[in-house]
Every structure is written in structure tokens, then in C-alpha cells.
Design a protein around this ligand. Structure first.
Ligand code: DAH
Length: 359
């Protein structure tokens, strides 16, 4: 009978001496492979008589486990060492200037986001943020969309695996949950916008599974639809950089607003590939809005008998496409430098209202 202890220390010594992953693999095959020394011993078990097997079995299994564990451990060490070596050899000096042919520029979404923030800052709105992985409760329930509400199906939600906190989470399908976060944490008067990433199971030339929205929320005493209309108008004039615009409100439905309206802007698309705002016979959809539903105010601890609010949620990607004439939303997220060179913005051209939003 082979001396198990001697065999084990021999193999472990070989494992420790293996200086790279290939050498370690050779040791593994020599011990645990089909024709390996440990496998050969294990194969003899069947021929032993029962009493002997009771003694040898645990020993051989112990040998096999010890060898397997040593190999796994050594493998980890070798991988760490290989990574360390790579990190030392592949240094990158991020302070070097870029080559001019590879220079990036500001992505249109970042630009449009800065433009929107500049416009609303001028109107006295603060910027609020919320997480991309949102509580189901904030994305839906507190916004008056209970668990069995059909609006949940309308939103093509990405659900997230259960988390340690036991709460149900989703990738937020809109920026409206930031309304909830804001109202839970602040007392009126509230004036905020919340730009950010949103997610839905959807993909074609005008839909991307990840897209951007900007939410606006105002809560105070005596807020009415006139305030909503004025704000949407000011925003559109400033954003599209034209004084003459014509807006149209259509009745709509959102569980979190009552009444609910969708806004369109008059435009001319009679010349192919060109869009002019303020004239023409076409209408362009901007997004949804409404007076905050009293149940939503109540759900967020605000007295609906004293306070009223309006809110709207517009698509940022869509607005960027319209303003800067980009036909396909998917190209926003393809990281193609040629596209960015064509549509990107200069880093120092920071949008301001008096300096001009887009130059
Ligand atoms: N959250 C809605 C959506 O993504 C858009 C929206 C509609 C936002 C009405 C609002 C609103 O704040 O009042 O479909």
C-alpha cells in the first residue's frame, strides 16, 4: 500500500513549487486527473475488503480533499501574483494629454442635462437625485400605483432580485419616485427638478432600455394649473432657444396626477430632415404632467387640504434628439467616437442662460 502521508507531502510540495498556472495544472492532472496518482489509489478502493475499506476510505478521501484544497489556494495566489505583475507593467499616465485624433467631447445628454439644470436654477428650482435601483414602493405604490394596478404592466419594468433589506426593488421606470423621496424629506414650499437615468424593457430607434428623464415638482399653497402651464412654457422657450412657441395640452391619465395633461409643441416638419418650432402644422410630444394626486401628497406626509402641487416628466434623450437633430436614440449609447465628434460639445462651453445654452 502506498504511504498516503508521503504521497500527500510530495504532492503538496509540487503544488507549492508550481510557479505558474500551467505548472499547477500539470500537478493537478498528475494527482487528480484520470490517470493521476490519487485517482489511481481511489480506484483500488473497490477491491479492498469491507474492513480495510472502512480504514482506507476516509484516509484517501482526506488526501484527495487536501490536494484539491491546496491546488485551489495556490491557484488564487498565482492569479493574484499575475494581476499584480500586470498592474506593475501596464501603467497608464492619466495626466498625459490625449492624442488629438482620440480627443473626446461632452456627450449631448450631459450637455442637455446641464442646459436643463441652468434653466430651472434660474427659476429657483433645486436639483434632487434618487437611486437607479429604487424601492418598488417609491416607484409605484406611493405614486398611487398599487401592486395589482394595470399601469405596472404599461411600464415594462426590470425587476431586481430580492435584497438583504427584504424590500422589493426595481430599476426605476421613471424619475417620479424622486418626487416621493423629496416630499418625504422636505416640507413645502418645494421646487425641485430631478434629471436622471430610467429603465424599461424596450428597444428600437426611439426607445432604449436605459434612457433619461427630467422630473419637475412644485408643492406649495395655492398652486394651480396656470403655474404648470407657465413653467412648461418658460422651460420650452429657454430650452429650444426661441421666443415664439405654441403649446397644446391634451387630457391624459397618470395614476399620480389629477387632472393629467400631456404637452405638445407646434412645429414644422415639412422639409425632410429639418424641424422648425413655433410654426407649421405638426405637433411634437414633450411629455406628461399634472396636478399631484392628493393620495400621493398624503402618502408622502403632506396635507392635501393645505397644499397643492404640479409635476411633469419629460424625456431628456428625446429633447436632445429634437434640439440637435439626432435620428436614432441607440447611437447615444454606442460609444462611437466618430458620432461623439460630430454631435459632442466642447468641455469649456458650459451652458448658461446669459452666455447661451448651446453655441
Ligand atoms: N412618470 C411619467 C412617465 O414616465 C411621466 C410623468 C407624467 C411625470 C406626469 C410626471 C407627471 O411628473 O406629472 O411615464
Amino acid at each position: 500500500m502506498t504511504d498516503i502521508t508521503a504521497l500527500q507531502s510530495d504532492i503538496l510540495a509540487q503544488v507549492a513549487a508550481a510557479s505558474d498556472e500551467a505548472a499547477l495544472e500539470a500537478v493537478r492532472v498528475g494527482a487528480l486527473g484520470k490517470k493521476g496518482s490519487v485517482s489511481a489509489l481511489l480506484a483500488t478502493m473497490g477491491k479492498l475488503d469491507p474492513e480495510e475499506r472502512k480504514v482506507q476510505g476516509p484516509k484517501l478521501n482526506g488526501l484527495k480533499d487536501a490536494v484539491a484544497e491546496a491546488i485551489a489556494q495556490r491557484k488564487g495566489q498565482l492569479a493574484d501574483a499575475a494581476l499584480d505583475a500586470r498592474l506593475v507593467s501596464e501603467t497608464l499616465d492619466v495626466t498625459l494629454p490625449t492624442r488629438s485624433e482620440n480627443a473626446g467631447s461632452i456627450h449631448p445628454i450631459s450637455q442637455v442635462l446641464d442646459e436643463v439644470v441652468a434653466i430651472f436654477a434660474d427659476l429657483g428650482f433645486g436639483v434632487a437625485e434618487g437611486p437607479d435601483v429604487e424601492f418598488d414602493d417609491y416607484n409605484f405604490t406611493k405614486l398611487n400605483i398599487p401592486p395589482d394596478h394595470p399601469a405596472r404592466q404599461m411600464q415594462d419594468t426590470f425587476y431586481v432580485a430580492p435584497q438583504a433589506d427584504g424590500m422589493s426593488h426595481v430599476l426605476r421606470t421613471h424619475t417620479s419616485p424622486v418626487q416621493v423621496r423629496t416630499m418625504l424629506n422636505a416640507k413645502p414650499p418645494i421646487r425641485m427638478i430631478s434629471p436622471g437615468r430610467t429603465y424599461r424593457v424596450d428597444s428600437d430607434a426611439t426607445h432604449s432600455p436605459m434612457f433619461h428623464q427630467v422630473e419637475a415638482l412644485v408643492v406649495d399653497e395655492g398652486i394651480h394649473l396656470g403655474h404648470l402651464k407657465w413653467t412648461v412654457e418658460q422651460f420650452c422657450k429657454a430650452f429650444f432657444e426661441i421666443d415664439q412657441i405654441e403649446l397644446r395640452a391634451r387630457p391624459s391619465f397618470f395614476p399620480f396626477t389629477e387632472p393629467s395633461l400631456e404637452w405638445d409643441m407646434r412645429c414644422d416638419r415639412s422639409v425632410p430632415g429639418k424641424i422648425t418650432f413655433g410654426t407649421g402644422n405638426d405637433w411634437l410630444e414633450l411629455g406628461g404632467s399634472g396636478m399631484v394626486h392628493r393620495k400621493v401628497l398624503e402618502n408622502c406626509g403632506i396635507d392635501p387640504n393645505r397644499y397643492q402641487g404640479f409635476a411633469f416628466g419629460f424625456g431628456l434623450d428625446r429633447m436632445a434628439m429634437l434640439k440637435y437633430g439626432m435620428p436614432d436614440i441607440r447611437s447615444f449609447f454606442e460609444s462611437d467616437l466618430r458620432w461623439l465628434k460630430h454631435y459632442g460639445f466642447q468641455p469649456l462651453d458650459i451652458p448658461t442662460l446669459d452666455g447661451g445654452l448651446s453655441r
